[in-house]
Design a protein around this ligand. Structure first.
Ligand code: PMP
Length: 361
């Protein structure tokens, strides 16, 4: 190719989440595939959200409201913040990219836990920033190590709570102690993609810290507990000045009209969320039981997935499960080479994968 792309792109691979179901069906000639790879909601999404989508089908010719007023009002009211504290993205993925575009450059560095969500380093690499990875301890962020890695050229520090891929969470006490010690010139990104699933009593209510810490942004998404991953909507909550400064970095119509309609309805259907969160806890118990019976190590999870250590190549377990019709994530690609990450499915799906795994052991 004669075209020369920017140097930072060379060697970067596109994000590869779980294999698509259709590809696996074709490759393996299997009829039934269960995908427990991308932490999607096994119960789908709220019926009210689907109804709202159907009702918005006559408006497909129209651009969405770039300010997302309806959705903004609804989300602001639901989480108890001002409307000017919100920025919406085409998934929180886009918000991660926006933050990197807005704050990172080759002169800057960014501090993150490792392993954690891959898009932080991916987007930081695109900006040419120096990446400072701080190894997890027991699957948890080493917050002291992260503080030590910070200096005057640090622009962003990433906290993933609960963490992907471990599912572990950081308690209120630890978070408060951490954010107190992050200098004001550094943006703390609190990625709470799985917050709805977190039932720990000391899971931090970070929204309440925003007034004291204008150098923090909280990222959330409708892709997980809300089961609306197809719509691609995430949001950031922060200080109005920061939100205003970030806004030009986003596409003018980055969230769709259909998504706005669905999300307004989905937020109103908290019963659906509660049912899913409860089922998720029960599902996690199925996996804990399996791990205990088979003496397998795992991280207790506050999310909708579990990272299990099989004491053998995670890729091997992944391949075995694929042949049995289950798509999961191999820990090999996630920084835990002897583990696999399994999304908690429905009770039946969990039983089926546990059965397959029991046959493997
Ligand atoms: N953050 C974390 C920790 C995630 O696991 C994910 C989804 N894999 C995202 C952000 C991005 O989610 P989305 O773009 O669908 O909002």
């Amino acid at each position: 190719m004669k075209i020369k792309v920017n140097e930072q792109l060379i060697g970067l691979t596109p994000y590869q989440p779980g294999k698509p179901i259709e590809d696996v069906k074709r490759e393996l000639g299997l009829d039934k595939i269960t995908k427990l790879a991308s932490n999607e909601n096994p119960f789908g999404s709220s019926e009210k959200a689907k109804e709202a989508i159907r009702n918005s089908l006559d408006e497909l010719a129209l651009y969405p409201d770039g300010y997302a007023r309806n959705m903004r009002e609804k989300v602001a009211q639901f989480i108890g913040v001002d409307e000017n504290q919100l920025i919406f993205g085409n998934g929180s993925d886009e918000l991660i990219a926006i933050l990197c575009t807005a704050l990172l450059s080759p002169a800057k560095n960014t501090v993150m836990a490792n392993p954690s969500f891959s898009q932080y380093s991916h987007n930081a690499t695109l900006q040419g920033a120096e990446i400072r990875m701080v190894e997890n301890i027991n699957g948890e962020h080493d917050l002291d190590g992260m503080l030590k890695a910070i200096d005057e050229n640090t622009a962003i520090v990433w906290v993933c709570n609960p963490n992907n891929p471990t599912g572990t969470y950081i308690s209120e006490e630890k978070i408060v102690n951490f954010i107190k010690n992050v200098p004001e010139h550094i943006l703390i990104v609190m990625d709470e993609a799985y917050n709805e699933y977190s039932v720990a009593e000391d899971y931090p209510n970070t929204l309440s810290y925003l007034k004291d810490y204008p150098n923090m942004i909280i990222l959330r998404t409708f892709s997980k507990a809300y089961g609306l991953a197809a719509l691609r909507v995430g949001y950031g909550v922060g200080d109005p000045e920061l939100i205003t400064a970030l806004d030009p970095a986003r596409g003018p119509f980055n969230t769709s009209r259909i998504a706005h309609a669905a999300i307004v309805a989905a937020v109103d259907d908290q019963e659906f969320i509660q049912t899913c969160v409860k089922a998720n806890r029960e599902g996690l118990e199925q996996f804990y039981q399996f791990c205990k019976e088979n003496r397998l190590d795992y991280f207790p999870s506050q999310a909708n997935f579990i990272l299990i250590d099989f004491n053998r190549s995670g890729q091997e377990v992944f391949d075995y499960l694929l042949r049995k019709g289950f798509i999961v994530r191999s820990g090999t690609a996630l920084g835990y080479p002897t583990s696999v990450r399994i999304t908690v499915g429905s009770k039946e799906q969990n039983e089926e994968i546990i059965q397959a795994l029991t046959e493997m052991l």
